[in-house]
Design a binder for this molecule. Sequence first.
Ligand code: GLV
Ligand code: GLV
Length: 357
Amino acid sequence: MKPLESNAYNVIKVKVVVEILKPKVFVTRELFDDIIAKMSELYEVEVWDKYYHPPYDVLLSKAREVDALVTLLTDKVDCNLLQSAPKLRIVAQYAVGFDNVDLECATKLGIYVTNTPDVISDTVAELTWALILAVAKRILESDSFVRQGEWHRTGTPWHPKMMLGTELKGKVLGIVGLGRIGTRVAKIGSLGFGMKVIYYDIVRYKEKEGILGVEYKSSLEDLLKESDIVSLHVPLTKDTYHMINEERLKLMKKTAILVNTARGAVVDTQALVKALKEGWIAGAGIDVFEGEPIPGDHPLTQFKNVVLVPHIGSATLEGRYRMAQVVLENLIAFYEGRKPPTLVNESVLNVRPPGFK
Ligand code: GLV
Ligand code: GLV
């Protein structure tokens, strides 16, 4: 045997052994190639490469075999799935929200759950402002007025009452949930547009109030009554489910605009449709829906004063890349037996130490 060949044989043998020892991760959608390549240095990676999300039964069967999962908000990680996954130690969610994951169950089973906060707060805040401006300035209506030739048909270049929108300066911006995203939206409203900003939250952030120039409302009802723009920035929980219902929509000003870039189910959709139909509010900007993706003839599509976008709050190349980086950082930390940087269920540390050993 020539020495070179025997070396090559040994190299292959070592590689095979390392492959066997690598923990397995199932990634439920294509991320960035360089991120997957880095993940592959430590993990045996399988990526679901379809456009649609893996059906529940597929996810269930993968969960049975793997040590780690990288999930999206479209993957239902319920207790049944977690209990059927004997080796699963970490669910690294590629999203800031994690209402698709049964956190309590994961914690009990000693499974770590991480998310991707902070890195998309600016991205979502920007989209929130895009929606506020689009509705307040009637951007979509105006665009279609031009494209459909209606402007030309009027034969009138300019009219004092054509496409009148709403000015933001001096108006009241009501932020529901002054977390990372809500804070940024508040800052732009206060410092950028010169709005009066009020907020409602289950916690009061006294320090932020001074820095941002925002005022606390201890009741959501008061906030809804006073605001010209209401923007939602709460996670979806049992307590926030249908938080904006018929009764509360009725409290809003007839001239007010509701913006939702949080989660669809924070708003009772039927009540919102009623509110728009009956003119309880002036318009809405919606990024998130109950039952995504909504059909093209969804009741919300009938209103000109409503701007609808398909859950694109974090959809920028920069934002999505940073999200993937955070997922990777969490997986690396966990592999190395360290606490993942954006661990969601802190109390899991009392159940099992981080790592695959
Ligand atoms: C998107 O909705 C997210 O939670 O990141
Ligand atoms: C909520 O998770 C936020 O970032 O505001």
